[in-house]
Every structure is written in structure tokens, then in C-alpha cells.
Design a protein around this ligand. Structure first.
Ligand code: SAM
Ligand code: DTB
Ligand code: SF4
Length: 352
């Protein structure tokens, strides 16, 4: 990013301005988002992050969307903190199938001090494979954030989820301010911030605008902005929520791209419910990252082969991680994946 690009990033967004973007004609909005996107990114590159649940279920928080909350009966099988070796095995497989970042998620309100040594070992080992590291473990104290950063954690994911006004409708066991406090601790410990939200929880357009204003006005803006479409989970209070209009979801991506021009915007949960055309529109609107794994934390996600086939059809390349000795291996692995998808007959043969 050059100086002019950095200087044009704003931290004084007003909700009315964000709402005005949402209200633009769809084609005008997409054109503007794509124009911004091209000033900051290669429009044909998408970053791949693989996700692994390192501790599953029985969470004390009451997030109304979440299959892992202990407050609802979702039939989920709980799992205690995974052994480091198991995590390494999964991280190596992610690297070999072309992911550049490995994200580890735990169903905690916040990590306990006695879990920290195991968590820190995970970070060191995953990093030594040449992958970028990301964790999402709930709220962090300053001291915990410093420990994670020192072990080599590149990114911390902590979502604001929705607008400050709607937050209390979705979660009562913590406040919006608690989320902001953790994000501040992550920043001051020197880690990159991954923060976004969920669309489809019954919120209005003003809440979507309010969420994006909160994210964009963080200074610096989050490097990574996951936009999740609610995965409706039986047993949670949001199980019968109405479907999001796909165009409204795409609008949210486009507005995020315009307001946070230099951030990676991730097309996150919900891709199982999206057809290829909708995903292509999301990339056109400025999404340039996905979760690349057959399972998110507890719910299904598209198969790697299907993602590679879609990328091939759209001429999209996976973004390579910063050059390391292993990057040639990574390229070879990706070519192999594409080759496998071709032999599986997944590609449309234009030659007949
Ligand atoms: N417990 C930690 C926390 O809440 O910060 C980390 C894990 S939590 C599962 C990570 C994020 O996943 C949540 O903040 C939420 O945005 C997203 N998420 C959880 N359940 C979801 C669902 N059913 N649909 C879409 N996104 C979901
Ligand atoms: C994020 O924004 N989405 C991911 C990740 N950060 C941790 C989680 C999505 C979870 C979807 C429901 C599940 O699989 O449990
Ligand atoms: Fe727990 Fe995180 Fe799920 Fe909330 S979103 S219930 S904090 S795992």
C-alpha cells in the first residue's frame, strides 16, 4: 500500500453514509466496490484460511446463533482441548492442500491460564510449518494477548457480530464493550486483527451499517473482516430465522469493501447455502478470502475440490503466503489439487 492509498482510509464513517451505500442501485454499488478493490488488491486472488475447532461445545456464553453454546440443546458432541500433535497433523494437511493461514477456534468465554501452555505450543508448531497462524479463543486480558503474540500468533479473530444496538438481542453474557476491549488488547500486543460479523440474525439494514461503521472506525482497521451468513442451527433460538436475500448479503460485502479498502474481506460461514453464481458475485463485490476446509468449526463447508473448480472457472488464483522455503511445495500442491479436480471430471471442457 502506498502513502496515498493509506491516507485515503477513513476512520470517521457515519451510519448515514453507510446506509447511503446500502441504498445505491445494485450495479452502481458493485461497480464502486470493484473499482476500490482494484486499487488495493489483485482482483483475481483470493486468500485461503483453514479452520479447526481445537475445543468444541459446552461454552458458557449464550450467543443465540451458536451450536456450541451450553445454553441450547443442539446435539453437538463436545470435545476437550485437542492434543498438539493432532493440531499439527491437521495444519500440515491444510498447508499441503494450499491454505496460507491456519485458524484455531475454541468454544471458550476466555482461555484459562492453565490451558495457555498447550495453546502456545500449538502456535509455535503451526508457525514452524510455514503457515500464518490465527486463533479465536474468546476474551483476552492484556497479559494473555501478549503471551499469544510472543509465541508467534499472527492474527486474532474476535467478531463484533452485529451493531452495538442489536448486540443485546443476540448475546447477554457479555457486552459489546467487552469485545472492543479484547480487540484493543490484541492490537496493543502487536497482532493483526480479524473482526467481522454475522448477517441473517433478524437485524435490520441499520444494524448492518452500524456493524460496518464500528469495524471501519477502528484505527487501524482490522486486516481481516469475516462476513458470515448465519448457519441456522436446530436447537438455537435463531433456528427459524428467515433467509437473507442473497443480494442484501452481497451488498454487505460491497459496503465492507468500500469502507475498509485495504482489508481482506472474507466470505465466511454460509457458503454451503450459496450457489456458484452467488459466490462469484461476492468476489466481484470485493470478497477476497474464504475458509478453505470441509468443516468450519462444527458445520459443513464446501469441499476443497469444489472450491478449486470454482476458482478455475472464474480464473481466480489462491493468494500465496509470504515467500518461505516451502512456497514452491505449496504451488505444487495446488496444481496437484486442480489436476485431481480435472481428472474427477469436475471441469467444464470448453473444447467439447
Ligand atoms: N468463542 C469464541 C468467540 O465467540 O469469540 C471463538 C469461537 S466463535 C464460534 C467464532 C465466531 O463464529 C463467532 O463470533 C460468530 O461470529 C461465528 N459463528 C458462530 N456460530 C455461527 C453460525 N451459526 N453462523 C455463522 N457464524 C457463526
Ligand atoms: C468467523 O468469523 N467465522 C468462523 C471463524 N470466524 C471462527 C466460524 C464460523 C462458525 C460457523 C458455525 C460452526 O461451524 O460451528
Ligand atoms: Fe461460545 Fe463463541 Fe459460540 Fe459464543 S460464539 S457460544 S462465545 S463458542
Amino acid at each position: 500500500m502506498n502513502n496515498a492509498e493509506a491516507a485515503s482510509i477513513r476512520h470517521d464513517w457515519q451510519r448515514e453514509e453507510a446506509l447511503a451505500l446500502f441504498d445505491m442501485p445494485f450495479n452502481d454499488l458493485l461497480f464502486r466496490a470493484q473499482s476500490v478493490h482494484r486499487r488495493y488488491f489483485d482482483p483475481n486472488e483470493v486468500q485461503l484460511s483453514t479452520l479447526l475447532s481445537i475445543k468444541t461445545g459446552a461454552c458458557p456464553e449464550d450467543c443465540k446463533y451458536c451450536p456450541q453454546s451450553g445454553h441450547y440443546n443442539t446435539g453437538l458432541e463436545k470435545e476437550k482441548l485437542l492434543e498438539v500433535d493432532k493440531v499439527i497433523e491437521e495444519a500440515r494437511a491444510a498447508r499441503d492442500s494450499g491454505a496460507s493461514r491456519f485458524c484455531m477456534g475454541a468454544a471458550w468465554r476466555s482461555p484459562r491460564d492453565r490451558d495457555m501452555p498447550q495453546v502456545l505450543r500449538m502456535i509455535r508448531e503451526v508457525k514452524s510449518l510455514g503457515l500464518e497462524t490465527c486463533m479465536t479463543l474468546g476474551m483476552l486480558t492484556e497479559n494473555q494477548a501478549a503471551q499469544l503474540s510472543k509465541a508467534g500468533l499472527d492474527y486474532y479473530n474476535h467478531n463484533l457480530d452485529t451493531s452495538p444496538e442489536y448486540y443485546g438481542e443476540i448475546i447477554t453474557t457479555r457486552t459489546f464493550q467487552d469485545r472492543l476491549d479484547t480487540l484493543a488488547n490484541v492490537r496493543s500486543a502487536g497482532m493483526k486483527v480479524c473482526a467481522g460479523g454475522i448477517i441473517g440474525m433478524g437485524e435490520g439494514e441499520k444494524d448492518r451499517a452500524g456493524l460496518l461503521v464500528q469495524l471501519a472506525n477502528l484505527s487501524p482497521q482490522p486486516e481481516s473482516v469475516p462476513i458470515n451468513m448465519l448457519v441456522k442451527i436446530q436447537g438455537t433460538p435463531l433456528e427459524n430465522e428467515k433467509d437473507v436475500d442473497p443480494f442484501d448479503f452481497i451488498r454487505t460485502i460491497a459496503v465492507a469493501r468500500i469502507m475498509m479498502p485495504a482489508s481482506h474481506v472474507r466470505l465466511s460461514a454460509g457458503r454451503e447455502e450459496m450457489n456458484d453464481q452467488m459466490q462469484a458475485l461476492a468476489f466481484l463485490a470485493g470478497a477476497n478470502s474464504i475458509f478453505y476446509c470441509e468443516k468450519l468449526l462444527t458445520t459443513p463447508n464446501p469441499q476443497a475440490n469444489n472450491d478449486m473448480t470454482l476458482f478455475q472457472r472464474l480464473g481466480i488464483r489462491p493468494e500465496q503466503r509470504a515467500v518461505t522455503e516451502d512456497s514452491e511445495d505449496q504451488e505444487a500442491a495446488l496444481l496437484r489439487k486442480v489436476g485431481e479436480a480435472q481428472t474427477d471430471g469436475q471441469f467444464y471442457n470448453a473444447a467439447g
